[in-house]
Design a protein around this ligand. Sequence first.
Ligand code: AHR
Length: 495
Amino acid sequence: MEKTQIYLDPHFSIAEVDRRIFGSFLEHLGRAVYQGVYQPSSKHADEDGLRIDVLKALSRLGVSIVRYPGGNFASGYHWIDGIGPKQDRPTVRELAWQSTETNQFGTDEFMRLCSKMSWRPMMTVNLGTGTPEEARNWVEYCNCPKGTKFADLRVSNGFEEPHGVKLWCLGNEMDAPWQLGHVPAEQYALRAQQAAKMMRDVDHSIELVVAGSCLPSMETYMDWDRIVLEYLGEYADYIGFHRYVGNQLNDTADYLAISNSIDKQIEEMNAVCSYVQARKRSRKRTYLCFDEWNVWYKNQVKDGSGKHAPHLLEERYNLEDALVVAGFLLSFIRHADVLKIANIAQLVNVIAPILTDGERCLVQSIYWPFAMISETAHGVALRTVSEGPSYVSPSYGDTLFVDSAAVLEGDTIRIFLINRSMDESAEIELRPTHIQIQRAKTAALLTGNDSKLENSFEKPNEIEPREMEEISVKDGAAKIEIPPLAFASITFQIS
Ligand code: AHR
């Protein structure tokens, strides 16, 4: 393969990388909560019933913020069912996933989990079957000092201090016909606006995410977003949108080019925000929140048949999926000026980087790119200008074999590279201007000899990062060689 040249300049800055792009998502779905993070009967359970083995694996993942309690689940959830003495909490029929919800894990358990893990909570209110007033009451329960009804309820449940939830999503995927309480854009906008007003009246400091299009393939894509943004106006701090991708055609090269369409989706969502802002002559800038994203196409078991914690959406991930996950994150870094929050969906068992099986816990392939990027992507995103060999993907058009993103922090540059070639190594020359590369401080590589290679309970370490040596630095520039089907994360010291 011909060489790839990447030009870097500290003056080509995009914006500070918002650490909230390393968010995740915990839904009452399948075995995500029960048998995932929470299992009092497990030998790994701590005093709160949380699984220490799972939490230990999650802490290395480097998650910053976690969205809860759904997802589709949120659109039928009444938060009041999940608080107070556990023996008094009702067991209810759960309609989104046709399961049984015992409510043994609820708001306060989630907050305790967040505080143990140093995660920031991000709550989704029920705008499907719930009312704006119910949403307002939840904000009071979580955020207000004692002295009024719902705040006092929290205190009586053992939480004297407010939970302090800053970020709230106004419903979930309300554009989708499968959503409980799905309505046309105008009706959602009205409902969301009423909820937003009351929630803000209770706590002026909260930030709100309006539910945008759940998929670019929706019939109402962009129109839905325009209508809700026009109506929500000043309440729309962020617009949320989703994307699940897969290799349905079993064409790895085509699949790996999918990040072109992630870039496009982000740019289209930003365009509709700019359009509405311009039409309204408004100073209000709505930022982007990619509040569900991941690979999901293999496991489509969605009906829990009335069971509690059924096996649903338990996707297994391989090397090519890990490279696609890396591609999502590189796209997020490249759009640091507009994309401020993103949540990999989800955290444990359900389309997740971690799986449990009885008392065992497995780290899947997609765990690694997330952990590797989250660990090092601190600082300002830099534009990378690449010249190099490319191919034509039938679904996503012209695609460079090498995908890249870079982040600058003080005397350090981090560069993230994906070699999408199935069979050839990529030779890359990093050509900085106005700075000199001094040396590689750390370099990690994730690869394997088969795009379908995956970790399993029997062979848990098939895919994991290794140290990378194929780097040379000379005259302020660097040369890097990356094997086929690989992701590299390299930190350089610069002067
Ligand atoms: O993450 C699984 C589901 O996907 C979520 O509940 C829903 O919002 C989306 O359709």
